[in-house]
Each structure stands twice: as structure tokens, then as C-alpha cells.
Design a protein around this ligand. Structure first.
Ligand SMILES: Nc1nc2c(ncn2[C@@H]2O[C@H](COP(=O)(O)OP(=O)(O)OP(=O)(O)O)[C@@H](O)[C@H]2O)c(=O)[nH]1
Ligand SMILES: [Mg+2]
Length: 180
């Protein structure tokens, strides 16, 4: 839920990067962290990972963006752990979410996981009495650099098939800098 502080003129929004295991959620936050100019206020990227770099709880990155009608906007970016066993954690991270970026892995063999991940997002929102009818979300088709990436039309057909279609974006991050 967006927090509006009239006294300090601040607006705080929580955005969650959601998606199947290894689709590139953490990489998204790392790239944003690298690319937001130092002049713009950005906090530390906090990552809680296993020894093999898989997200254990979540990643967290606070960013300050442009002012909207005199209100300083603060985005809190989170990722969830994609591994199936961490569903309770995914549910917790979704609490109070204002917007979702669903990251899909473009590789053909990941389609079932993408579809399951999307259904899992809907289920977990339901647990908070929320739904994608009211929570704004976008789709990111990641790993477009890989040779076995499925055509965009196929991804759209599988994932962007709710009553209202949402914006979708292609992405690739072939190299990952180990800079945490
Ligand atoms: N080729 C390619 N590899 C990518 C891309 N994005 C991420 N990766 C790689 O995919 C692997 C998993 O990336 P992560 O960002 O850790 O994935 P995640 O979704 O956070 O994974 P979990 O936290 O376990 O759910 C890493 O080796 C990344 O370097 C991409 O666009 N292209
Ligand atoms: Mg991760």
C-alpha cells in the first residue's frame, strides 16, 4: 500500500519483481543499482542469498525518483525467491505491494515454469485479498539474447492473456557483474 506522508511530503511505493527460479529478478535490481546515477538518491542493494547465489529471502533496493506534485517519491524495489520451496517467503514479500514486474524467462523450456509462476503470483495475491485486477503490473520477457528464446507472440499468448493486456518489455542481461 502506498504510504503518503503529508508532513514530510513523501510518497513511498513498493514494487516487487516476481517470476520463476533463475529468470533474472536479482539481476534486474543489480542493473538498476548500477545505472541509477549517484546524484539521484539510491540506497544500498541488500541481497540475502544462498552460497550458490540463489535468493534466499529477497533483494531490496530503495530508490528516490522525481518529485510528483511536490511529493518526493521513494520506490522500494524487492525481488522474491523463485525456488518453489520458498512460497511462504514470496507471499510475505508481496504484503503491501503497489506494483509488480513479472519477469519471464524467454527460453522455450521455461514456459511451463513461467505459466506456473504467473499462476502462483495470482494465488499469493489472493492470500492478501488482492488481485491483478487492481494491482498494476508489467511483463518483462528476459533472456532475449539466448538462442532458444521463444518468439514474443508466444510469450504474449501465454502470459499476456488476461482481459486487459498490460505493457510488456523485452530484456537481456547476458553478463552479470559480481559486485554485491
Ligand atoms: N543469458 C542471460 N542470462 C541472464 C539474463 N538475466 C539473468 N541471467 C543469468 O541467469 C542467472 C540467474 O539470475 P538471477 O538474477 O540470480 O535470477 P533470479 O530470478 O533472481 O533467481 P532466484 O533468486 O533463484 O529466483 C544468472 O546466472 C544470471 O547471470 C539474461 O538476460 N540473459
Ligand atoms: Mg534472485
Amino acid at each position: 500500500m502506498a504510504i503518503i506522508n503529508q508532513a514530510t511530503k513523501e510518497l513511498q511505493l513498493k514494487i516487487v519483481y516476481y517470476g520463476p527460479a533463475l529468470c533474472g529478478k536479482t539481476t534486474n535490481l543489480m542493473r538498476i543499482h548500477e545505472q541509477v546515477p549517484a546524484a539521484q538518491e539510491k540506497g544500498k542493494l541488500v541481497s540475502l542469498v544462498t552460497s550458490s547465489d540463489r535468493t534466499l529471502f529477497f533483494d531490496f533496493l530503495p530508490i528516490e525518483a522525481v518529485a510528483i506534485k511536490g511529493f518526493k517519491t521513494k520506490f522500494q524495489l524487492f525481488t522474491v525467491p523463485g525456488q518453489v520451496i520458498y512460497n511462504t517467503t514470496r507471499q510475505l514479500v508481496l504484503r503491501g505491494v503497489d506494483g509488480v514486474v513479472f519477469v519471464a524467462d524467454s527460453q522455450y523450456e521455461k514456459m511451463a515454469e513461467n505459466v506456473e509462476g504467473f499462476a502462483n503470483l495470482e494465488e499469493n495475491l489472493k492470500a492478501h485479498k488482492q488481485s491483478l485486477d487492481e494491482i498494476p503490473y508489467v511483463l518483462q520477457y528476459n533472456k532475449r539474447d539466448l538462442p532458444n528464446a521463444a518468439p514474443l507472440e508466444y510469450l504474449e499468448f501465454l502470459l499476456n492473456n488476461r482481459e486487459v493486456q498490460v505493457p510488456s518489455f523485452e530484456a537481456k542481461a547476458p553478463r552479470r557483474r559480481r559486485s554485491l
